[in-house]
Design a protein around this ligand. Sequence first.
Ligand code: ADP
Length: 654
Amino acid sequence: MESNRTDLESILAAIPGEIYWKDMNGVYQGCSDAQIKLSGCSKASEVIGKTDYELAWKNSADQLRRNDLLVIKTGKLMTFEEIVTLDNGAQIFFLSNKAPWRDTSGNIIGIIGSSIDISAQTQKQLALVEQVHVAEHQKRITEIFLKNVISNLPDHVFWEDKEGRFLGCNDQQAKNIGFEKAEDIVGKTIWDIAKKLDWTDEMIQNLRANDLEVMNTGKTISVEESAMWANGVTRTFLSKKAPLRDDHGNCIGILGLSFDITELKKIELELRREKKQAESANLAKSDFIANISHDIRTPLHAILGTAELLKLKAHLPEQSELLDAIIQSGETLSKLIENVLDFSKLEQGPEHLPEELIDLESLLNTLVLPVRKTANQKGIDIIIDYPRHIPRHLFSNADALRRIFINLLGNAIKFTHEGSISIHVSIANASENTVILEITVKDTGIGIAQNELNHIFDRFYRANPSYQGKYQGSGLGLAIIKKIVENLKGSIQVESCLGVGSKFVCTLPFKFNRHATINPTPKYDLMLHRNTSPKKLSVLLVEDATLTQKFSISLLEMMGCNVQLASTVIETLQATKKQFDLIFMDIGLPDGDGLALIQELRKIPLHTNTTIIALTAHAGAEIKSHCINAGANDFLTKPASYKALLTCINQYLK
Ligand code: ADP
């Protein structure tokens, strides 16, 4: 740098920044080394005497001169942001302080400037500005997008303040409540809308109650609402209403989204109507089946009962054989009616099976008792294997269990001609209060072909020799069993081999309580065919039908019972002044209701524990529970057969 500089000029020149002073015409009178360097010159003399228009930043000279003149004009220190583009294309951002240069008399003779390169900071700022721009742009796009989405939604979107004043909604909502644009609704209250559309008090109260619930609980709700639109049509909506919150999370109103479900509701209503119709048609069908089976059963049992009586009194073997044929055919027909009735009941839906404490071992024994003779006659033995470690006192539905195992046992006897039938009980699983038992009924009978095994639980399915007429049956038994087993939350499986035998395994859960036991009932000596019992059962038969009276008395007497007859309510009340072991009570008496009579008897201390079996000619689905609720121990369909009476006596009084 030049040596003839003053000390001050030397100091100024050395300052690490752009310092310069120009005269009134913008001609450089001096500058710092940094300024010389910036200009691309090597010494001060190459800059001094030149204007900005002649130096490396000539392209930005206009801007610099303008700022210089402003300082000269105002006579004040001013700060400028100056962007200088150099000849080499580089762009530098300067923050320039420019002050008037005065002579000793105070006259302005030019400007003195100092400029700091702020390119780095400016770039950052620019980037920041850019970022802000991008964010704002994105925000705007998002807003436009959301507005578009909300506007075009086919459903109704709206948001209200706490006072029920609309803050906004989508076009669909605005249109349906009679406004051209969504903006037109802003500021209107739901009461304004209600007035405009003639909503009923109930409608508005319902809508407001839902809004208040959302605001009070702060929870989103889903509710059905109805409202009338501008076109006068009332529509039903499924509305989702959520709290509208400010930035601090305070609830400031509600946000609602309503789906029009009017058409859906119509379809639902129609379906409900159709379902009801189908249900009542099904009920009518069941009633019809119940009535018809009752009408068939009554004379049929009279025939059976009479045949049984005659057989017991028959002297000639041919008479016995003929009577056997009547009894067998009658029983098959009776079984068929029972199965059809049972199946029709089960088809109406799962039965409620109340649980009671049962003795499973003796229940199985009782079932075997009446069929053992038939089996023995065919040369077949029936074995019950109930290991001692398995609990016997369990909770289940005795009636359901009886229906399952009577059927399985009946099939086993029917399809077995030699060998044996066994009932084996084992534990599949056990916990503290529940035990899952596998009860297997196994026979050495004709077996079932593998390709038929998958079908034998289907209704009316009968495997090969059965449908060829070799065996009687309806093909409903196993279908019924399967439904009952499922009602008890169990399952049933079959394994079989043609010519070897079949195995039906019922897996059933039972609740049990180690301490729950059933008190043994007093034992009676029952003589089945002879009236020589040392202690006779005293039985009261309440029955008004003469024919039924006749053979029921004969049958009971043949079983060794002492029978007293009562055919009216009055006679019954008279007779029950003394104790009976068993009362068979017809529930349809000429002078009153047998069920009410049972209730009466239960109130008499003498009869609180007497075994009362209701007799009914009806076989409707509800009848058993009616009898049990009235206080009967069980019920029998009337007129009860020899077998039914015997099973009943064995079960309750053994
Ligand atoms: P059915 O009244 O015909 O016995 P089920 O529903 O009880 O009706 O049985 C359906 C069919 O399954 C029977 O017809 C028979 O072919 C077959 N079946 C059932 N149990 C046995 C069995 N223990 N041994 C051989 N076949 C059986």
